[in-house]
Design a protein around this ligand. Structure first.
Ligand code: CAA
Length: 388
């Protein structure tokens, strides 16, 4: 039985900062951000956007095309959680009107959260092939104004429907996992911004990539040339480029060209949206499928990395006709509808985001905030509203 990804929905908020503007404001050469880091823009979440609202909006991208009654599992992976106790997934379940017997919870292991959810969903569907699972990754990456990590911020969500007989990517059995208890990136409970040992984190990422990629090929008795594409968690696109260089070193030029071309195709959405932590790898997948012409049955390798740190390499085969499940024009329009902020406007929004949420968030009349938005607190309970 084939189990895998049947639908992909993406969402990002309606504002962005251009990296050239940010570089000028921080007295950096723009090419450091554009080439050295590999980012062009970053989406910015204002007070109407949080992990929950973005996750609902990502799921709504495909929700009217699926059988609601078949959903047996809903998992929400995030490191931008809105409550220490109640799962973000319950707000989503309520907004989507899912039935009461759905198993639903939130998971956390930094950027690994959506992969953990996907693997759990894969195993769930194997046991319950007549049911489906929704898995959501949704995050706002915040490091702080003027920090080295600032250029690697972003905001957005990806939602996946996992089913038997999937129409996009059939997931293969097996995986190679590797973890260590380290402090490369973390966010303590008393902080709204991430702490990071930046240079160390970039090295650990590459080290974990080599370990898991090598182990996976050994486990499957596969070789680098068997992959039509390898895609990566992209905290910023240069990080994936470095991992891809490791993957293709010692390969002949045909393999190098193929995997370099597919990497280039996989990075466009991240270059414009920024780091969306849990969902970043799946933004790479969407970008690859929309920007490269891949043959049916092509083998795609996926490298997932979550600081702290946990990594996994796994793979899937593209399903014939996968293009029919995509909507590149709507994805493009979602990026193009964003309003460009000045750096001063972004800094104001950022500073406000570090405060506690307001009691009632009033919408500007012409503001496009997604189908659902965060409407502030009432009696310390988060309110989510549907735009009328
Ligand atoms: N033109 C072209 N390139 C230039 C340049 C110019 N004018 N000026 C500098 N560069 C290049 C540098 O040579 C360097 O390239 P290499 O990495 O190939 O050597 C690159 O630009 C970056 O320069 P620096 O290393 O000097 O940058 P920095 O010290 O300001 O910080 C960073 C970079 C450490 C990545 C920082 O942005 C950061 O801390 N980011 C957050 C942490 C992160 O994303 N880590 C990734 C691994 S952890 C993970 O994956 C989980 C997660 O999502 C966070």
């Amino acid at each position: 039985m084939q189990v895998g990804i049947d639908q992909i929905g993406m969402y990002t908020p309606n504002k962005f900062v251009d990296m050239v503007d940010l570089a000028h404001a921080r007295n950096e050469d723009p090419n450091k951000y554009l080439i050295g880091i590999g980012q062009r823009q970053m989406s910015v979440a204002d007070e109407t956007q949080d992990a929950v609202s973005m996750g609902i909006n990502a799921t709504l991208r495909y929700f009217d095309q699926i059988d609601k009654d078949k959903i047996g599992l809903l998992i929400f992976g995030t490191e931008s959680g809105v409550d220490q106790s109640k799962s973000a997934s319950l707000f989503v379940k309520s907004a989507l009107g899912l039935k009461a017997d759905v198993r639903t919870f939130e998971v956390k292991e930094a950027c690994f959260g959506l992969t953990a959810s996907l693997m759990t969903a894969r195993d769930f569907v194997r046991v319950h092939p007549d049911q489906t699972a929704i898995v959501i990754g949704s995050d706002i990456a915040r490091y702080g104004i003027g920090t080295p990590g600032e250029v690697t911020q972003g905001a957005g969500s990806v939602s996946l429907l996992v089913s038997s007989n999937p129409r996009i990517l059939s997931l293969n059995n097996g995986h190679s996992a590797y973890s260590e208890d380290i402090n490369d990136f973390w966010r303590p409970n008393n902080s709204k911004v991430a702490m990071v040992d930046g240079k160390y984190s970039t090295q650990v990422y590459l080290d974990f990539f080599e370990k898991t990629f090598t182990a996976y090929k050994e486990q499957k008795n596969w070789h680098t040339q068997d992959f039509a594409a390898i895609i990566y968690h992209l905290p910023f696109t240069k990080q994936g480029l470095k991992a891809n260089r490791l993957a293709i070193k010692d390969q002949d030029s045909a393999v190098q060209d193929c995997l370099q071309k597919s990497f280039e195709a996989s990075k466009w959405l991240s270059m414009r949206i920024g780091n969306i932590y849990t969902a970043s790898l799946y933004l790479s997948l969407l970008s690859l499928l929309e920007n490269d012409k891949m043959e049916p049955n092509s083998l795609i390798g996926l490298f997932s990395y979550g600081s702290g740190a946990m990594a996994e390499f796994f793979s899937g085969n593209l399903v014939d006709g996968y293009q029919k499940q995509l909507n590149p024009r709507v994805d493009q329009a979602l990026l193009d509808r964003r309003h460009q902020l000045t750096v001063a406007e972004y800094e104001k929004i950022f500073t406000q985001a570090l405060q506690d949420p307001a009691n009632n968030v009033e919408l500007e009349s012409d503001e496009e905030v997604g189908v659902w938005y965060f409407a502030g607190l009432k009696d310390n309970i988060r309110q989510y509203r549907r735009v009328k």
